[in-house]
Design a protein around this ligand. Structure first.
Ligand code: PBG
Length: 324
């Protein structure tokens, strides 16, 4: 033989060796499971565009939480879907709102579970936008105070982590100040720092009843073509006091997950969003893919890209698959 060559296959020669040299691993504690709470009683209704994802009324949440905890998952992100919506999203900061009630209930029954509260206005406004509207414009500074109020009401209800998702400039600074003033200095902020205006959110808007009634979210969510902008967004959130940085969506944005991981020293969270979930469920229902191995491969890819934590609708399934 004239040319010497490397034998890469040595490290793949058996399952045992492959396990030893594996770089990225997945475990149930990596996952945050999204939970949708609705008003009423006795409701467990499947979201039509998200098979396996349900709306739960408060009396049905415990049964679901038992399964979540049993699967080894120790964190949930709560989305309340109120019946009543108005121009200023009053239910978002109603201390007795559906989100606050769901948080309190979970906190009391499962004190060991970390509850993340999604802090936004879009599920609560009649126009479906994430901030206050005037003459067709989404106002930035006027929306901030409401976000601060929302975050404080969620922390009061028992949220362990506040996750603002509305992409107004300055939201981390305002929420940090509001939390501190209300005595919640120890409650961390998991900022949706890098959130793109994405078609992958389509099924979520069915689930959260939050489709904008006019226009789109492109004046506040980011242009999918931009990479440097992601660093600017993350940088200002770090300066304002963010404790975690979310990149959203995840699948088409692994370069961004890696960039954020390399540039900042905070934990990075990948949000594996609704459309990413629904595409896999549809393909699996058609028998076109092997759901289990594909989901685990995708989630492993997100860890490899640099995510420390993954928010995913696949959490329960993935956690079960990992433990057997
Ligand atoms: C609220 C919010 C959205 C998602 C999480 N929080 C919707 C949006 O911005 O339109 C999307 C989650 C998903 O698609 O799974 N602002």
């Amino acid at each position: 033989m004239t040319q010497p060559f490397k034998r890469h296959r040595r490290l793949r020669s058996s399952a045992g060796v492959r396990r030893l040299v594996r770089e990225a691993t997945l475990q149930p504690s990596d996952f945050i499971y999204p939970l949708f709470a609705v008003e009423g009683e006795g409701r467990k209704e499947e979201v039509s565009s998200m098979p396996g994802v349900f709306h739960f009324s408060l009396d049905r949440i415990k049964a679901e939480m038992d399964e979540v905890v049993e699967a080894g998952i120790r964190s949930v992100i709560v989305f309340g879907v109120p019946d009543y919506k108005d121009h200023v999203g009053s239910e978002a900061y109603n201390e007795e709102g559906i989100t606050q009630q769901a948080i309190s209930l979970i906190k009391e029954a499962y004190p060991e579970v970390s509850i993340v509260a999604d802090t936004c206005l879009c599920q609560y406004t009649d126009h479906g936008h994430c901030g206050i509207i005037e003459n067709g414009q989404i106002l930035n500074d006027e929306s901030l105070a409401l976000l601060g109020k929302t975050a404080v009401s969620q922390a009061r209800a028992g949220a362990d982590i506040i996750a603002p998702s509305n992409m107004m400039d300055g939201f981390v600074a305002v929420i940090r100040e509001a939390l501190d003033e209300a005595g919640f200095v120890h409650v961390p902020i998991m900022s949706y720092a890098v959130k793109y205006a994405s078609s992958f959110y389509g099924p979520f808007r069915d689930a959260a009843h939050s489709t904008p009634q006019f226009g789109d979210r492109k004046t506040y969510q980011m242009d999918p073509a931009n990479r440097l902008e992601a660093l600017r967004e993350a940088e200002s959130d770090v300066e304002e006091g963010a404790d975690f940085l979310i990149v959203k969506p995840a699948m088409a944005y692994s370069d961004i997950i890696r960039d954020v991981k390399n540039h900042f020293s905070l934990p990075v969270v990948a949000y594996n969003v609704s459309g990413e979930y629904s595409m896999i469920k549809a393909a699996a229902a058609n028998g076109w893919i092997d759901e289990k191995s594909l989901v685990l491969e995708m989630l492993t890819g997100m860890k490899r890209a640099g995510a420390d934590i993954i928010i995913t609708y696949h959490s329960k399934d993935a956690a079960k698959w990992l433990s057997n």
